[in-house]
Design a protein around this ligand. Structure first.
Ligand SMILES: [Zn+2]
Length: 285
């Protein structure tokens, strides 16, 4: 562990913020309040699920107005349906599509949208209804939309053999994810542009914040004022490189460090990610 090498959490206006709380410390506290044990949510014996927690885990420290998923990675549609029904969701017609989210998340999104509209701006869903709630099958389909073309590409480049590709295609999903993450360590990447981890391009099947109904993809993400308005209403960017993707945490930005998140600024956009040293090699300054 290279805790020593962590640099301070510098805010976008240059003021030094307090050193963020370690993610696992904040997580343990948040889960305790909900009477959940981290080992049932995300067993430490499963390295893929831990990696996913450290990438997308911001939702597990969200405000108590919302309900995080009972597991880091769902494995069946039935399990997802059961969670989504228990957590509850509401729908809102936005521009041309119906978007579904957990009630508190939707309420804040509507407020953010009203504020944007008062200024002559708008907040609209990217890629239709898929911008909000997704089911298990959606997450598998989206995974395959990255996994399949990448296999074809690396086969054509001679980096993978036909035998390897056939074997990978036939693996159960959880094993497929594990092997993809292993291949990525050797530079065989599966993101859309094949230059970075698939996890920065699409969620692992069953692990999407959209399944948790706490994520919304925004068309207007490149407008700094829109990002500011989203943040004011508890919506933050928590998945590195997924630019249109916002996560509902229901917290104030100034409080995020004490909830175990640290900020990372990339091309002027601020991402709030779990404060776990060494998870994003190359991105840490
Ligand atoms: Zn998204």
């Amino acid at each position: 562990m290279s805790t020593q090498s962590m640099t301070s959490n510098s805010s976008r206006d240059g003021k030094d913020l307090k050193e963020p709380t370690p993610f696992y410390e904040a997580l343990a506290k948040a889960l305790k309040k909900r009477k959940i044990n981290i080992e049932t949510v995300c067993p430490s014996s499963d390295p893929v699920s831990r990696r996913i927690l450290e990438e997308y885990g911001a939702i597990f420290v969200a405000d108590k107005k919302v309900i995080p998923p009972p597991v880091c990675v769902f494995t069946t549609e039935e399990q997802v349906t059961k969670f989504q029904e228990a957590a509850g969701f509401e729908a809102e017609f936005m521009s041309y599509d119906e978007v579904e989210l957990q009630p508190a998340a939707l309420k804040s999104l509507k407020k953010a949208r009203e504020e944007a509209q008062k200024e002559g701006l708008d907040i609209t869903p990217r890629d239709g209804a898929e911008a909000g709630r997704r089911n298990y099958e959606d997450s598998v389909r989206l995974w395959n939309s990255r996994f399949e073309p990448a296999l074809d590409y690396w086969l054509s480049q001679g980096r993978l053999t036909l035998e390897q590709v056939t074997r990978l295609r036939g693996l159960p999903l959880s094993q497929q994810v594990a092997e993809v993450l292993e291949l990525e360590k050797t530079g065989i990447y599966f993101s859309k542009d094949l230059s970075k981890s698939i996890l920065y391009s699409i969620a692992a099947p069953g692990a999407s914040q959209h399944i948790a109904m706490l994520a919304f993809d925004v068309n207007e993400f490149d407008n700094p004022r829109i990002r500011e308005i989203m943040g004011k209403h508890g919506w933050f960017q928590t998945v590195l490189s997924d630019l249109p993707h916002f996560t509902y945490l229901g917290l104030k930005e100034k409080d995020l460090p004490k909830h175990g998140l640290r900020s990372l600024e990339i091309n002027g956009q601020v991402f709030w990610i779990p404060n776990v040293p060494g998870v994003h090699p190359g991105l840490d300054k």
